[in-house]
Design a protein around this ligand. Structure first.
Ligand code: S3P
Length: 444
C-alpha cells in the first residue's frame, strides 16, 4: 500500500451552504470487474472513467501479475489485453489486495478453475475479514486453499486443473460471493449455477453478458437462478464507467444537512440494486431530483440535484440492506440531523466490512453526542442534530472517515477523525471536492 506511515487526522467545521456541480469518481464495483473481465477476455478492453483509487489499482496490479497486459494511457484511459479464458498464470510475487474485499474475493473466483498457484495478502483490516464464505464454494470446483487461521488472509490458492461445475445457494446476501462462484464457472466445463434468495448488486451478471458470456438469469420461487456456461471466450469491450452512487452519497448527505445548500452531482449510476439510500432519503423528506436521465454502459445514469432539507426519521426495512449495504454509515449521519428516530434493520453484514461498521458508526455517533441504541443486527439513531465535538476512530475504514467528516459540516462543534488515509481506497480527492463546494475540512 502507498499510505504514509503516520495517521492523517482531519477536522471538519460548520459550513455555509454548499454550492456547485461536481463529479465523483467512477463506480468501484464496475471498475474492479472491468479490469478482471478484460484480463480474461480475448482482445483489448478499453476503459474510461475507471476509479483510480488504491483498491482498484491493486486489482490492476494483480491482473498484470497474472499475465494480462494492463496500461493507463496519458488521457487516463485504461487498456487491458486479455489472456483468454484459462490463460491466467501463476504470479511471481504475492498478490496484494490492500484494503479490498471485492478485489481479493472476485480474483479468487477468477483464478479458481485455472491451474495456477497464487498467494493473496491484504492489509490489517482485510486480514481480519472472513474468506471462508468464498473458499467454501470454490473448494467444490476442486480448488485448494492453504489459509491462515479462521479462513483468513494470507492464503494460497491452488486452482483446479479439472474443475467441476457447481450449483450453490448463497447463505449470505453477498455480491462478492455470488461473483466469485460465477467467475470460477467461466473456465469450468458445463453449467455453474448460483441461487440467490435475496438479490444483491448485479454488475457481474450485466457486465459478463456485455462481454459475451453465456449467462442467464431466471426468477423462480422468489429467488434468482443465475447460470453460466463455462469455456466460452469473452470478447473485449469498450466501457465508460459512470460515477459511483456510494461515493455520491457523501456530498449528497452533506448538502441535505447543511442549510442553504444546492448542488448537482453529475453522471451517477442508478442501478436499482444500488440505490437503497436514495429511496430511504426520499422517504425521509429529502429534496433530490434526477435530471438528464440517460443510459450509459448498460446502466441508468442521471445528474442528481440536492437541496438542503428538513429530514424526518424512518424505519429502514431489512430487505433494503443489500441495495444500500455500504451506505449505513452516511445514512446514520443524516439520521442524526433528522427529526425523530431512524431504525435500521438487517445489518448483520455490517459486522464484516472494512471494520465492524455497526460498532464503528455507533461509537462515532456517541462520541459526537448523538443518542443511539443497537442490537446484533440493528441500529437506532435519535435525531435532532449532532452536537459534535468528538474524535472518531476510523478503524482503517474509508466510509467511517468520510461519514464523520460530513457530520462536522452541520454539527454545532467541529468533528475530527483520527485517520483519513483510507479515503484514498475509494474516493481520491474527497476533501478537495467537498471544500470546492464550500466545506471546511482541514488538517488537524
Ligand atoms: C461489492 C459488494 C458488497 C459491498 C462492496 C462491493 C461488490 O459486498 O459491500 O463494497 O462490488 O461486489 P458484499 O457483496 O460482500 O456484501
Amino acid at each position: 500500500m502507498s499510505h504514509s506511515a503516520a495517521p492523517l487526522p482531519l477536522l471538519s467545521r460548520k459550513s455555509q451552504g454548499l454550492k456547485g456541480r461536481v463529479r465523483v469518481p467512477g463506480d468501484k464495483s464496475m471498475s474492479h470487474r472491468s479490469l478482471m473481465f478484460g484480463a480474461v477476455a480475448r482482445g483489448e478492453t478499453v476503459i474510461s472513467g475507471l476509479l483510480e483509487a488504491e483498491d482498484v489499482v491493486n486489482t490492476a496490479k494483480a491482473m498484470k501479475a497474472l499475465g494480462a497486459d494492463v496500461e493507463r494511457d496519458g488521457k487516463g484511459v485504461w487498456h487491458v489485453k486479455g489472456v483468454g479464458i484459462g490463460g491466467l498464470t501463476s504470479p511471481a510475487t504475492d498478490l496484494d489486495f490492500g484494503n479490498s474485499g471485492t478485489g481479493v474475493r472476485l480474483a479468487m473466483g477468477l483464478m479458481a478453475s485455472t491451474p495456477l498457484s497464487a498467494r493473496c495478502v491484504g492489509d490489517a483490516s482485510l486480514s481480519k475479514r472472513p474468506m471462508g464464505r468464498v473458499t467454501k464454494p470454490l473448494a467444490q470446483f476442486g480448488t485448494r486453499f492453504d489459509t491462515s487461521e479462521g479462513d483468513r488472509l494470507p492464503l494460497t490458492l491452488h486452482g483446479a486443473a479439472d474443475a467441476r461445475p457447481v450449483t450453490y445457494t448463497l447463505p449470505v446476501a453477498s455480491a462478492q460471493v455470488k461473483s466469485a462462484v460465477l467467475l470460477a464457472g467461466l473456465n469450468t466445463p458445463g453449467v455453474t449455477t448460483v441461487i440467490e434468495p435475496v438479490a444483491t448488486r448485479d454488475h457481474t451478471e450485466r457486465m459478463l453478458a456485455s462481454f459475451g458470456a453465456k449467462i442467464a438469469v431466471v426468477e423462480r420461487d422468489g429467488a434468482r437462478h443465475i447460470t453460466i456456461e463455462g469455456r466460452h471466450e469473452l470478447k473485449a469491450q469498450t466501457l465508460d464507467i459512470p460515477g459511483d452512487p456510494s461515493s455520491a452519497a457523501f456530498p449528497m448527505v452533506a448538502a441535505l444537512i447543511t442549510p442553504g445548500s444546492e448542488i448537482v452531482i453529475e453522471n451517477i449510476m442508478l442501478n436499482p440494486t444500488r440505490t437503497g439510500l436514495f429511496v430511504t432519503l426520499a422517504e425521509m423528506g429529502a429534496d433530490i431530483a434526477y435530471e438528464n436521465r440517460r443510459s450509459a454502459g448498460g446502466e441508468d445514469v442521471a445528474d442528481i440535484r440536492v437541496k438542503s432539507s428538513n429530514l424526518k426519521g424512518v424505519r429502514v426495512p431489512p430487505g433494503r440492506a443489500p441495495s444500500m449495504i455500504d451506505e449505513y454509515p452516511i445514512l446514520s449521519v443524516a439520521a442524526s440531523f433528522a427529526e425523530g428516530t431512524t431504525r435500521m434493520e438487517g445489518l448483520e453484514e455490517l459486522r464484516v466490512k472494512e471494520s465492524d461498521r455497526l460498532a464503528a458508526v455507533e461509537a462515532g455517533l456517541q462520541a459526537n453526542g448523538v443518542m443511539t441504541h443497537s442490537g446484533r443486527d440493528w441500529l437506532e439513531v435519535h435525531g435532532g442534530g449532532a452536537p459534535g465535538g468528538g474524535t472518531v476512530v476510523t478503524h482503517m475504514d474509508h466510509r467511517i472517515a468520510m461519514s464523520f467528516l460530513v457530520m462536522g459540516l452541520a454539527a454545532r462543534i467541529h468533528t475530527s477523525v483520527d485517520d483519513s488515509r483510507f479515503i484514498a481506497t475509494s474516493f481520491p480527492g474527497f476533501t478537495e471536492l467537498m471544500n470546492g463546494m464550500g466545506a471546511r475540512i482541514e488538517a488537524k
